[in-house]
Design a protein around this ligand. Structure first.
Ligand SMILES: Nc1ncnc2c1ncn2[C@@H]1O[C@H](COP(=O)(O)OP(=O)(O)OP(=O)(O)O)[C@@H](O)[C@H]1O
Ligand SMILES: Cc1cn([C@H]2C[C@H](O)[C@@H](COP(=O)(O)O)O2)c(=O)[nH]c1=O
Length: 202
């Protein structure tokens, strides 16, 4: 049976990742592949309830990290692992790199605690490809301000996002075989051409 791949989209809020998920999903489906598009936190009934909590309620930073991994455990069990076992492709709007970037980089939770949670929750699974949409903070902020009511994370200050972005970039350098850094300051059609080439090479 053909084996599906696990692709994750990452970046600070407003970087543009959600804009490109339908495009990549369609590219894969045009090739006849079965694609499951999902997101974190969320992706299951329970995960969506946890999402509502973590995006809108203040809590201790460890509670926040644990809820991210609780949502992920359910997501893996109900959606990601069964899809990959069927041979489907999975596209997830965020995964564990987001916890390292936001709770580790942004909130300064010790990275070894996150390493332990990752080892517990998905010791043998990593994305095959992580697309990191990267923009300067002011670009991301301007995009967000233009369009919606901000959630708890989106209301964070510039320092938080500087640290979040730095942790994403650190992980991209640490795992170069899995990450592709996408310069998301460029026009959408230019980024789409790069994504088309990346998908074609998979
Ligand atoms: N390359 C781009 N050039 C100009 N505007 C863009 C670009 N990419 C995305 N945008 C716009 O920026 C806004 C935020 O984009 P999007 O929702 O995709 O970001 P995101 O990274 O998914 O953010 P979040 O994680 O907060 O959902 C949208 O209005 C989108 O149309
Ligand atoms: C998975 C994950 C997410 N977050 C944060 C990052 C974003 O601010 C929100 C999700 O919103 P989006 O618009 O759907 O991207 O949650 C986090 O802090 N830690 C995580 O592990």
């Amino acid at each position: 049976m053909a084996s599906g791949k696990f692709i994750t989209f990452e970046g600070i809020d407003g970087a543009g990742k959600s804009t490109h998920i339908p495009f990549v999903t369609d590219l894969l489906r045009q090739r006849g592949l079965a694609v499951v598009a999902t997101r974190e936190p969320g992706g299951t009934d329970l995960g969506e309830r946890l999402r509502e909590l973590v995006l809108h309620h203040k809590m201790h930073l460890e509670t926040e990290a644990l809820l991210m991994f609780a949502s992920r455990r359910e997501h893996l069990a109900q959606v990601i692992e069964p899809a990959l076992a069927r041979g489907d492709w999975v596209i997830s709007d965020r995964f564990t790199d987001a916890t390292f970037a936001y709770q580790g980089g942004g909130r300064k939770l010790a990275l070894d605690k996150l390493d332990s949670l990752e080892q517990w929750v998905h010791p043998h699974l990593q994305p095959d490809l992580t697309l990191l949409f990267d923009v300067p903070l002011e670009v991301a902020r301007a995009r967000l301000d233009a369009e919606r009511t901000l959630d708890k994370f989106e209301q964070e200050k510039a320092d938080f996002f500087a640290n979040t972005r730095a942790e994403y970039l650190r992980r991209a350098a640490q795992f170069p075989q899995r990450f592709r850094l996408i310069d998301s300051t460029r026009p959408i059609p230019v980024i789409q051409e790069e994504l088309r080439a990346i998908v074609a090479a998979l």
